[in-house]
Ligand binder design. Structure first.
Ligand code: HEM
Ligand code: HEM
Length: 343
């Protein structure tokens, strides 16, 4: 039962439902816009991240209200209290890591990045979030849909947007390292210095050490040896923007995909790695993608995809398949794949 004022009316502050519902919307917005930003290496990533950060700051703005609700909840001897507390801890870890990344105060932590913690904690929070919402069900009452609550919600959003804009101004004015990040939020690393380019893989791929004599590439109905591929000298200067939070621009050299697939007809191109990792592309893009064997005038090293890796200008790093062994054309549509690799 909610608190009642002397006049017998419910005290608005005792009703947690509007705060909880607003949190549900904000956490969902932060989650979706985060992935949307990962999907693009072009300007939609920025718009998505503006929404993302505003959503994140709005969650912070609701903390005073939510901590009142949480304190009350923790005080009730109920099953699953600690799951809620763990959920809270993961959201706070994610948020802290996001802010460390964006300000640049801590971008790398050993072999991991602040972004790895940010996204890792957010993903780990998902099952707990679903449990929390089901186990701590809220009931919306007509009084919750009041003009007053609408105005409060708008004020929270406006304050969040202003805080985000303010934080970006402070980052640039001091400046903190975050001032130098790209529109995707990524930091420059080792551009035009291949030996300094960081190494990263999507999820679980270990670096395979492939023997050039044993390696062949299947493409365009034939097999190519590494010597045959080395004869191609198609060049492209392109930026690999990694979802781990760094970007690196290099001059890549190798074979344009349209030359390798010949006149094969179909709807999409599937590029497969020696590790089993694969990505699918529209066939129309064959002329803009390069199967690189060199970067910055030197051969690729094992960590960067030796003997051959894909270069996909304007696409996030997880599209740049490394250690490529097959390039096949078929009639499946290019969207016939998980939007983000599952391995
Ligand atoms: C619980 C869910 C999440 C919350 C509350 C959250 C919140 C935040 C916050 C507060 C920031 C710092 C914003 C800034 O100061 O610029 C941030 C940055 C960022 N987040 Fe999230 N985030 C969440 C999940 C995710 C997910 C799932 C992804 C990606 C799949 C993601 C991608 C990013 C990126 C790329 C940045 C860097 C933006 C930049 O530096 O400009 N976030 N997030
Ligand atoms: C940022 C997201 C959220 C965090 C970190 C969070 C955290 C917590 C914590 C730590 C508690 C106290 C422990 C407990 O009662 O189990 C709690 C209670 C509760 N939460 Fe959340 N929560 C969040 C979002 C939500 C959402 C989206 C809903 C529902 C739509 C919700 C509904 C509730 C309810 C009804 C209670 C119980 C309050 C009471 O017993 O008086 N929470 N929350």
């Amino acid at each position: 039962m909610g608190l009642r004022s002397a006049a017998g009316r419910p005290v608005a502050i005792a009703r947690g439902a509007p705060t909880n519902v607003a949190l549900l919307a904000l956490v969902a917005i932060a989650f979706v816009t985060g992935w949307l930003a990962f999907a693009f290496a072009t300007s939609p990533a920025r718009w998505s991240l503006i929404l993302h950060a505003t959503g994140g700051f709005a969650i912070l703005a609701l903390l005073p209200w939510k901590s009142m609700i949480a304190r009350r909840g923790v005080g009730r001897p109920r099953r699953g209290r600690w799951a809620s507390v763990l959920f809270g801890a993961l959201v706070l870890i994610s948020m802290a890591a996001g802010l460390l990344h964006s300000t640049g105060l801590l971008v790398y932590w050993g072999p991991l990045t602040a972004m790895d913690f940010h996204v890792g904690a957010a993903i780990a929070a998902v099952p707990l979030a679903i449990w929390h919402v089901v186990a701590r069900r809220v009931r919306i009452r007509p009084a919750d849909m009041s003009r007053r609550n609408f105005l409060r919600g708008s004020a929270v959003l406006a304050a969040a947007a202003a805080t985000y804009a303010g934080s970006e101004l402070v980052v640039r004015a001091i400046p903190t390292p975050g001032a130098a990040r790209r529109f995707t939020g990524s930091y420059e690393a080792g551009s035009f210095r291949p030996e300094l380019m960081p190494v990263s893989s999507w999820l679980f791929d270990a670096i395979p050490h492939l023997e050039p004599t044993a390696w062949v590439l299947k493409a365009g109905g034939r097999e190519w040896t590494s010597d045959q591929l080395a004869n191609f000298d198609d060049r492209v200067t392109a930026t690999l923007d990694c979802t781990g939070g760094f970007y690196s621009t290099q001059e890549w050299a190798g074979a344009r995909l349209d030359r390798l697939i010949g006149n094969a007809s179909g709807s999409s191109i599937r590029v497969t790695s020696a590790t089993g990792y694969d990505r699918r592309f529209p066939i129309e893009n064959a002329g803009s993608m390069v199967l690189a064997t060199r970067f910055g005038g030197r051969p690729l090293d094992a960590a960067h995809g030796y003997p051959a890796r894909l270069v996909v200008p304007d696409a996030r790093g997880f599209w740049w398949v490394k250690w490529v062994t097959a390039i096949e054309v078929d009639d499946l549509p290019p969207w016939w794949q998980s939007p983000f690799p599952l391995q």
